[in-house]
Design a binder for this molecule. Structure first.
Ligand code: XMP
Length: 511
């Protein structure tokens, strides 16, 4: 008997979780296993269908993640995406080649074959490609279902065994037919749409209870949506065994400590301790310029502070954090071999040896899903719609070394950004808007005198899930108001610039 779920095998794509997310959006539960999972692990999950992710390797490279025959022995429908298709083709006797034109970006897909995978889809649509290799000769059991200008077999299938492969990425927004294609795949696999946030809560609570088994849990709370939702979930699971700690690391925004403390007291019945560790963090960061070094120092110091707090409570075994999927995927590859982009403080910045075991119930979710979860848990809107703020705080928005004086300048500039964005009615139209302080002085003229002061930068982006982002087209009047106020009111800044980069190739934060 198979279970009503999809097993996703991760070959190291940056967007494997997007596949999981699309499957969840279609109402079906999914689990991810790494490429090197054993046959027993794969079979033990009893999936009703399997999806093979993309990945950065070439199938024929030495050390590239290999295909596990156990996947086909399950006898359930399989969908290979990009690297997944190439693996399937290679395993079934096809021939791969390096594409003459590596394809990154949009392509026009023409559907040429009949298949339940393409049921109800337009014959021609825009899809997203990202590959260097291609299938040159298909295995004899495969028939071509669709192609593009550069690619004869952009989709192929062995319909009798229900094995499908697509070279494009149905999981990304830019693939117009992506959502429907995944729904079609789930339907042809006979999977029922019975997953929702309420069932996620139920399963999470059961998992947390089983794991903690009556032990005490310390929760790192920052007042942001991720950690507040984590705390609310844990409070339901372990009740009085939950101890929330809010660390004032000296890298927070103006008035943030008081604001968070008051809001938690007003809206959530959480046992909260505020620890003032600002001096410790600033001393450790003194003179440090390199972004990864800053992130690691902050991550390690956080854990040190938590362990000290834990020791005061007697025996504490667990540390709960609001780590999300984009934090994980950019820091380490949890399930497979994808590239490290930056060490998010609560993931890659952790010391190797820790006395507390980690509980990260949101680890596979995206921010917008966490917001839905927050609403499901009954958190007030003001928590759910708080702008993201990175764990390493203002330290990664002060480019170069961090000190009290530069923190003061940035805090003052940032307050103005927040006030003006709110006043202009732009808070809900953007993902994030904030100020940065650059390690750069320029000449200006103020009154009749020459100034030689710092440059502040303004970053505002739109995004759905922080995996990709675009610079926000803020109105000139708003940009002008922010710039004028910062230069007039913040002592130490005489120039403001606006960041017009998208992610990728840039990132949202600068470090
Ligand atoms: P990037 O800069 O990687 O940021 O494009 C994506 C989103 O994540 C936030 N961010 C962090 N959040 N710990 C966090 O909890 C971190 O270390 C961290 N670094 C970046 C960032 O603000 C953006 O919303």
């Amino acid at each position: 008997m198979t279970a009503n779920k999809v097993l996703i095998i991760d070959y190291g794509s940056q967007v494997t979780q997007l596949i999981a997310r699309r499957v969840r959006e279609a109402g079906v539960y999914s689990e991810i296993l790494p490429a090197w999972a054993t046959a027993a692990e794969i079979k033990g999950r009893r999936p009703g269908a399997v999806i093979l992710s993309g990945g950065p390797s070439s199938v024929v490279d030495p050390g590239a993640p290999a295909f596990n025959e156990a996947i086909l022995e399950l006898g359930v429908p399989v969908l290979g995406i990009c690297y997944g298709l190439q693996l399937l083709a290679h395993a079934l006797g096809g021939v791969l080649a390096t594409a003459e034109d590596r394809e990154y970006g949009p392509a026009q897909l023409e559907i040429t074959g009949e298949s339940p995978l393409f049921e109800g889809l337009p014959k021609s649509s825009r899809v997203w490609m990202s590959h260097g290799d291609k299938v040159d000769v298909l295995p004899s059991c495969f028939k071509v279902l669709a192609g593009t200008k550069n690619l004869k077999a952009a989709a192929a299938a062995d319909e009798t065994r229900r094995i499908y492969g697509v070279q494009f990425h149905p999981e990304v927004h830019h693939t117009e037919i992506g959502e429907q294609l995944i729904k079609n795949f789930l339907r042809l696999a006979g999977l029922k749409p019975d997953w929702n946030m309420a069932s996620f809560v139920e399963r999470s609570l059961a998992e947390i209870k089983k794991r903690t088994g009556g032990g005490k849990v310390l929760c790192a709370l920052s007042g942001g949506v991720d950690s507040t939702v984590t705390a609310a979930l844990l409070a339901r699971a372990v009740g009085p065994d939950l101890y929330c700690v809010f660390v004032d690391n000296g890298l927070l925004r103006q008035g943030e400590v008081e604001e968070v403390r008051d809001k938690i007291a007003a809206h959530c019945r959480l046992n909260l301790t505020v620890v003032d560790a600002a001096d410790l963090f600033l001393a450790r960061l003194a003179g440090v310029e390199e972004p990864e070094a800053k992130r690691k120092i902050i991550g390690h110091t956080f854990i040190e502070v938590f362990e000290k707090e834990a020791a005061k409570l007697g025996r504490v075994d667990f540390l709960a954090q609001g780590t999300l999927y984009p934090d994980v995927i950019e820091s380490v590859s949890p399930h497979g071999p994808s590239a490290v982009i930056k060490s998010h403080h609560n993931v890659g910045g952790l010391p190797e040896k820790m006395n507390l075991a980690l509980i990260e119930p949101l680890r596979e979710l995206f921010k917008d899903e966490v917001r839905v979860l927050g609403a499901e848990l009954g958190l007030p809107e003001e928590f759910i719609w708080r702008q993201p703020f990175p764990g390493p705080g203002l330290a990664i928005r002060i480019i170069g070394a961090v000190d009290a004086e530069r923190l003061k300048i940035l805090r003052e500039a940032d307050v103005i950004v927040q006030q003006e964005i709110r006043a202009a009615g732009w808070s809900n139209k953007i993902w994030q808007g904030f100020a940065l302080l650059l390690p750069l002085k320029t000449v200006g003229v103020m009154g009749d005198g020459r100034t030689y002061e710092n440059v502040a930068a303004l970053r505002a982006v739109t995004s759905v899930d922080a995996m990709t982002a675009d610079w926000a087209r803020l109105p000139y009047e708003l940009l002008e108001a922010i710039s004028r106020r910062i230069i007039n009111e913040v002592s130490g800044v005489n120039r403001v610039v606006y960041d017009i980069s998208s992610k990728p190739p840039s990132t949202i934060e600068w470090e």
